[in-house]
Design a binder for this molecule. Structure first.
Ligand code: C2G
Length: 129
């Protein structure tokens, strides 16, 4: 069984996130999503609209996702990959090159970001209307 993992905040869930999950799952048999906790989001200087529990519940309803775990720090990726026997690490290509050191532990693939949609743009557009 080929296990895939990806990491993120996934706030204000949108079709760009869903297309990432769909493509990541298509590269293996099992997809784990490491979801940024509210505390880690403050480290990332991000304030999610929805709490971790609400964001987790939404992800768990997505058919492409098999498991959701908390992402509590930048450094946990190597340990996650080893402990969960992950074969493939996937991120959108805004992160291209940033996680290449993980190639010592698993395959690393950066997928093209879905254009013209982001949590930030949703917030900005809503504020303007
Ligand atoms: N994404 C995408 N297309 C978009 C928007 C986002 O493919 N239109 C992807 C991003 O490239 C990322 C994932 O969706 O791989 C999650 O995006 P965010 O929730 O913004 O996550 P981020 O803040 O980048 O956190 O340790 C890694 C971090 O937790 C990643």
């Amino acid at each position: 069984m080929k296990k895939v993992i990806t990491y993120g905040t996934f706030d204000l869930l949108h079709y760009g996130h869903i297309l990432l999950f769909q493509r990541a799952k298509a590269l293996g048999d099992h997809l784990t999503v490491a979801l940024s906790t509210d505390d880690f989001n403050s480290i990332k200087q991000k304030a999610a609209y929805f709490s971790y529990e609400k964001r987790k519940m939404m992800l768990e309803s997505i058919k492409y996702i098999d498991e959701v775990i908390p992402e509590q720090c930048w450094e946990q990726k190597k340990q996650d990959i080893v402990e969960l026997s992950i074969d493939l690490f996937v991120m959108g290509d805004d992160w291209k090159g940033k996680f290449d050191e993980l190639r010592d532990f698993c395959e690393v693939v950066y997928l093209e970001r879905t254009p013209d949609i982001s949590t930030t743009s949703i917030k900005t557009n809503l504020q303007q209307n």
